[in-house]
Design a protein around this ligand. Structure first.
Ligand SMILES: Cc1ncc(COP(=O)(O)O)c(C=O)c1O
Length: 402
């Protein structure tokens, strides 16, 4: 380990709050699928900053756009027009299929918060003042601020921070009976990830989503889709709901939108977006010209590289390779895949150890809980890189768990 790693680690331990279980590695540069540590060692990145670097590290298009804009104008308040913000809104609305408006924020969590506020404001005007409740799924993840945490269907993440804001109910995913029972006159919206990410890559079935849409329409309730992780070509389409054939009233985005710079977005149909009036919502940094320039360049490059088709093709190849490892080793009990969003469940509770061993072999993956490993490579990855990961994974899984 180099001196700069040791120095950073010591300072971090002394001066940074211990909210992250950091791994013993420090990255200093990146290009495409590859990251390089302080010793110049190369790693294959199958995490992408947790689904952020969809174009690969240091892609020249957003880098150039952000640098040029930063030198020209970095920030003015949202009370004035700037270059790139309105164009980015138009680009996103076009991808969404038209008839909608965008609001920009700085993260996925903020997008969740804004979506909750918008749904409640809409319900105040179009439904009933008591219709406040948002129904979400168990094992969902919507963020870590208090309302986003209340929406998140994971009690283990919530307990230490109670009391959380009221007005959230949770149901099992893909269980229409449970949703039918939960959506009563107090509910203003149902919020779902089309593919649960932090929960371990669990997709909604198309039949379930179609039935959810029909139920929401019948009861006058909004459908919110959290596409923070599964959106932006990760599952093969600009937005995952497009592959599942169901359109939401409100959609949240963040992560990959500017390929690593902090931005989130809420899109809502014109009718729903009309409920937000001046003063209802805002943020100092949101929708600044630098991040919007980067996001426009990111969207353009993703479309030019046809990353959706690539995600579908490579996701299928990756899942097949994982299937062969499962057969050969008997160490994998389940494989889930939605484009280049994949997870395996291990038979033994060895996910953390497998991730450590892969890191030792120069491959980054993300372990969830005791049994699950998630793969979220940049969408520019190749079959060769998938083969390299799979060879290492096979070697590790044929060994007895230590
Ligand atoms: C589906 C989903 N929603 C919301 C969030 C929160 O996003 P952020 O970490 O940018 O606040 C995440 C983060 O992992 C996510 O996966």
């Amino acid at each position: 380990m180099s001196d700069i790693y040791q120095h950073a680690k010591e300072l971090d331990e002394q001066f940074h709050m211990h909210t992250y279980a950091r791994k013993p590695v420090m990255f200093v540069t990146g290009e495409g699928m590859r990251l390089y540590d302080d010793d110049g060692r190369e790693y294959l990145d199958f995490v992408s900053g947790i689904g952020v670097i969809n174009l690969g590290h240091s892609h020249p298009a957003p880098v150039k756009a952000a640098c040029e804009q930063m030198a020209k104008l970095t920030h003015v308040t949202n009370l004035y027009y700037v270059e790139h913000r309105s164009e980015l809104a138009a680009d996103l609305v076009k991808l969404f299929g038209g008839g909608a408006k965008a609001f920009f924020c700085n993260s996925g969590t903020e997008a969740t918060e804004g979506a909750i506020k918008l749904a409640r404001k809409w319900a105040t005007e179009h439904k009933a003042a008591h219709a406040r409740t948002i129904v979400t799924a168990w094992h969902s993840f919507h963020g870590r601020t208090l309302a986003a945490l209340a929406a998140t269907g994971q009690p283990s993440k919530q307990d230490a921070f109670k009391p959380l804001p009221a007005g959230f109910a949770h149901v099992s995913l893909n269980d229409m009976e449970a949703l039918d029972a939960a959506v009563d006159e107090n509910v203003c919206a149902v919020m779902l990830e089309p593919v649960q990410g932090e929960g371990g890559v669990h997709p909604c079935t198309p039949e379930y989503l179609a039935a959810v849409r029909a139920l929401c329409d019948e009861r006058g309730v909004l459908l919110i889709m959290d596409e923070v992780q599964c959106g932006l070509y990760r599952t093969g389409y600009p937005f995952a709901h497009q592959g599942l054939g169901v359109k939401p009233d409100i959609m949240t985005l963040a992560k990959a939108l500017a390929n690593g710079l902090p931005i989130g977005a809420i899109l809502a149909s014109d009718a729903v977006a009309a409920s937000f009036a001046p003063g209802d919502h805002g943020s100092t940094f949101a929708g600044g010209p630098v991040v919007c320039a980067a996001a426009r360049a990111t969207l353009k490059a993703m479309a030019e590289l046809d990353l959706g088709a690539r995600a579908l093709e490579l996701g299928a190849y990756f899942a097949e390779s994982l299937g062969r490892i499962a057969q050969q080793t008997g160490a994998i009990s389940d494989i889930r895949c939605a484009g280049l969003m994949l997870a395996i469940d291990l038979v033994e509770p060895r996910a953390a150890q497998v991730a450590v061993e892969l890191l030792g072999a120069g491959v980054l993956v993300n372990n969830i809980g005791t049994h699950t490993i998630r793969f979220l490579p940049p969408l520019v990855c190749t079959t060769l890189e998938i083969d390299t990961l799979c060879e290492h994974l096979h070697t590790i899984l044929v060994k007895e768990p230590s």
